[in-house]
Write a protein that binds this ligand. Structure first.
Ligand code: HEC
Ligand SMILES: [Cu+2]
Length: 384
């Protein structure tokens, strides 16, 4: 059990990131029974360990989602603030583990050494009152330990929160929506959703990304464990945080503050690109929407339907901001905030009936007939 907790794997695995074949829905009934039979101890202990085994093996799967097999991991930090938090947590863990070992050894020693013996005369042992030495020792030592933990934590909090953006830092505004993320790069003129791209920060050429966070509706929380701690997105308030990733790759996270029905399907992906890839991505995102004649029918249906009240596509009349910007929809690997892969089938299913992918999503089913649905999907797929 302890192993499970500290592997940081099972517990944090956000299933939509796992390929279907690695899905292990729930520990099979038979396995649970075997587990119960091989667990020693009385009934209560058995029931408790059974429950915890069940809880930690729970692994809900969504057949629709088959993307990267990466899972967030709080023990594999890959960014300056996350490294500092990780070092601090190991430090705290070592100190508390030492206290645990010392206290439990003394306790075990006392229980053994002073156990009841047949020859005991049953008199009270000597009672010690008012020993300044003992009382000072058990007051001062814990106070010192708490002070050490307090200052170590305060130092990390201050170094992270007081960091000023160096020249050349990337600036992003993240806006939480029920149940998706809006990302704006005010300095670069880019607007996107759910999948954040940032450049890698190499030693000697630090390019951190500073993120200002707010919300359009309820409270959300931005959490990518490998890159930084959690920061809440609160309406009418601007919070801030930063990341400085050292390794190219894709990092996953999720909304860490219950924000409504689909909170669990409000997933985050951060793509840490090489500087060249990042510039290429920015250049492509700045382009207005690609417009091909072959999808003119789909485009006109899109523009004559309520879609344009909620979605923006640059270079067209669509200028809604209730839903994600669709200008470069196809540059994203997932749709609906990581709830499904961005494939032809999923896009069509989403436009036909968002509830089937994300029950409770705030996009209504638009009831297009099958011809129109096909045309609008083709238009969406032209938005590269
Ligand atoms: C009432 C507002 C509203 C209308 C009308 C609407 N949408 Fe949406 N749409 C949303 C919201 C909100 C989301 C994000 C849902 C989520 O992820 O929880 C969304 C998500 C999407 C996505 C996925 C985008 C992404 O990157 O995740 C696509 C594609 C999409 N809508 C297409 C359409 C099309 C096509 C129409 C018209 C037929 C349409 N929408 C009509 C609100 C709307
Ligand atoms: Cu949320």
């Amino acid at each position: 059990m302890i192993g499970y907790l500290f592997s940081g794997h099972e517990f944090w695995s956000a299933s939509p990131f796992l390929p279907a074949e690695s899905c292990r829905p729930l520990m099979a009934h038979r396995q649970l029974k075997e587990f119960a039979n091989c667990t020693p101890g009385n009934k209560t202990v058995r029931v408790l360990s059974l429950l915890s085994a069940f809880f930690f093996s729970a692994h809900p799967c969504f057949a629709l989602a088959q993307v990267h097999a990466q899972v967030p991991n709080i023990f594999r930090s890959s960014s300056t603030p996350a490294d500092a938090i990780h070092r601090l947590s190991v430090f705290v863990l070592i100190i508390t583990a030492l206290i645990f070992v010392i206290v439990f050894s003394l306790l075990a020693y006392a229980v053994w050494k002073f156990r009841h013996r047949a020859a005991d005369d049953l008199r009270e042992p000597p009672q010690v009152y008012g020993s300044n030495q003992i009382e000072l020792a058990w007051t001062v030592v814990p106070v010192l330990i708490v002070l050490v933990l307090f200052f170590a934590t305060a130092r990390v909090i201050y170094t992270i929160q007081d960091a000023a953006p160096p020249p050349g830092a990337i600036e992003v505004t993240a806006i939480g929506h029920q149940f998706w993320w809006e990302f704006r790069y005010p300095g670069l003129g880019v607007v996107t959703a759910n999948e954040l791209h940032v450049p890698v920060s190499a030693p000697g050429n630090a390019v951190p990304t500073f993120i200002r966070l707010t919300s359009a509706d309820t409270d959300h929380s931005f959490w990518v464990p490998q890159l930084a701690g959690k920061t809440d997105l609160i309406p009418n308030r601007l919070n801030s945080m930063w990341i400085e990733p050292h390794q190219i790759g894709m990092y996953v996270g999720q909304c860490a503050q219950y924000c409504g029905t689909q909170h669990a399907k409000m997933l985050l992906r951060i793509y840490v690109d090489s500087p060249e890839d990042f510039s290429k991505w920015v250049a492509a995102e700045k382009q207005p929407a690609h417009s091909a004649d072959s999808v003119a029918i789909g485009r006109s249906i899109f523009e004559k339907t309520a879609c344009i009240n909620c979605h923006a596509i640059s270079g067209t009349v669509a200028d809604g901001h209730f839903g994600p910007d669709l200008t470069h929809l196809m540059s994203r690997e997932t749709i609906a905030s990581g709830a499904a892969n961005n494939s032809h089938e999923n896009l069509k299913l989403w436009i036909h009936d968002p509830e089937s992918i994300k029950p409770g999503s705030l996009m209504p089913a638009m009831n297009l007939n099958s011809q129109d649905l096909e045309a609008v999907t083709a238009y969406m797929e032209s938005l590269r």
